[in-house]
Ligand binder design. Structure first.
Ligand code: EMZ
Length: 385
């Protein structure tokens, strides 16, 4: 059996009824499982809102550990459109040649590092630093700052003992508050300064709004990118032929990026709150209760994807929803895709094979459902091409 395999625990329920009950604290969630329904509900942002109480659309709910609204993630139109408009161009910078070149330098250096050692731990020692160093480009701030973020570990709200660690969250909030004050005193060309100078409805953004964008930027693309990178490493360990294929045909890298993110679906689902009594899949959804959009399940829907449980790195038609769908689709997707592309290219140019020496899987617990989403640790050896 492939070490990199991720089973689809939603298959039966998706076929039988199209939804699954997910317990969460005192606020249960009905997860939508079919590609068609997931897209339909994502599209109906008036009925299934994101602008509920801060933290409530996240599963597990974060209402007990934060008050700051993440922007534009927890806001709906018309404000959402205007907030998003402020940051969209900034988040497209990863397409610039210079950005890609800097990303390549970061990733090449990390791969050269693992090639020069006998074995390396891939989650904390490779994926986390890679994610944090790449993030300095997105924020446009000095490389050294990544050392602070690396020290926070793989998730800003989760620790070994708890899924919702309030004291850990406070470290992030205090850090962002201090950074905002620092950049008010000496503005530069970084994301904080850009936000602090942005006009929203005829006024400047408040510190709380800037904090809302920054929390999202730090939290949203952290464990997700780390899961992508770690799953990719185990996939390539199982399939060294994929490395030579991408080397010989660089076009395959582009389809591989999409296919791997479809298959891994690093974010299993995201919630919404119903603004009225309604129904989905003949199941009643009460006003003010929660549903979630099951990205991971939709991405294995056999009515949309041929051989959904197989990774086909040259898959041509791939309408996956791993980055979400509709107005709230992932703002960081351009950065994430560039990171994946450069990583796959660089690995295919430098590495002939990878051996996984040991690993500990990260299994999410959704009540009756368990889903492998990545790894807590992997020890691997990279062999030079
Ligand atoms: C939220 C979320 C955003 C949440 C796209 O996902 O990511 C989660 O990891 C965070 O815990 O607060 O930012």
């Amino acid at each position: 059996m492939d070490k990199s395999r991720i089973d689809d625990p939603f298959e039966q329920a998706r076929k039988d009824r199209g939804y699954e009950h997910i317990p969460d604290q005192d606020d249960p969630v009905v997860m939508m499982l079919r590609h068609k329904d997931v897209r339909k509900c994502a599209h109906q942002w008036k009925v299934f809102q994101s602008g509920a109480m801060p933290g409530r659309i996240v599963v597990p709910s974060e209402v007990k550990i934060r008050d700051t609204r993440q922007i534009p993630f927890e806001v709906d139109p018309p404000e959402h459109t205007e907030y998003r408009g402020l940051v969209e161009e900034w988040f497209r910078r990863p397409l610039q040649a210079d950005y890609e070149g800097q990303l390549k330098m970061i990733i090449d250096e990390m791969i050269d590092g693992v090639l020069s050692t006998k074995s390396v731990e891939i989650v904390e020692q490779f994926s986390l630093p890679l994610q944090s160093r790449a993030l300095t480009l997105l924020l446009n701030i000095p490389h050294e700052e990544s050392e602070v973020w690396i020290a926070w570990g793989t998730h800003v709200f989760r620790s070994d003992d708890s899924n919702l660690d309030a004291s850990k969250a406070t470290i992030l909030y205090d850090y962002i508050d201090a950074q905002i004050d620092k950049y008010i005193l000496s503005p530069g060309e970084d994301l904080y300064s850009i936000l602090l100078n942005s006009d929203f409805q005829g006024r400047k953004l408040t510190k709380e709004e800037v904090k809302g964008v920054m929390i999202l930027t730090f939290a949203g693309g952290r464990d997700t990118i780390i899961n992508y990178v770690t799953n990719t490493i185990t996939y390539l360990a199982d399939h060294p032929e994929a490395l030579s294929r991408m080397k010989d045909d660089p076009d395959v890298v582009n389809t591989a990026v999409e296919e791997l993110v479809r298959y891994f679906s690093p974010l299993t689902h995201m919630g919404r709150v119903a603004t009225e009594d309604t129904e989905v899949c003949e199941h009643a959804i009460a006003k003010d209760s929660r549903i979630s959009l099951g990205w991971a399940s939709a991405n294995r829907d056999a009515s949309v994807f041929e051989n959904p449980n197989e990774i086909m790195i040259d898959r041509k038609i791939n309408p996956h929803v791993a980055f979400g769908f509709g107005i709230h689709k992932c703002l960081g997707a351009t950065h994430a895709r560039q990171l994946m592309k450069v990583l796959l290219k660089s690995l295919s140019e430098k590495v002939v094979s990878i051996e996984v020496n040991s690993k500990k899987e990260n299994i999410e617990d959704w009540g009756a459902i368990q889903r492998k989403v990545g790894y807590d640790s992997i020890n691997a050896t990279f062999n030079k091409l």
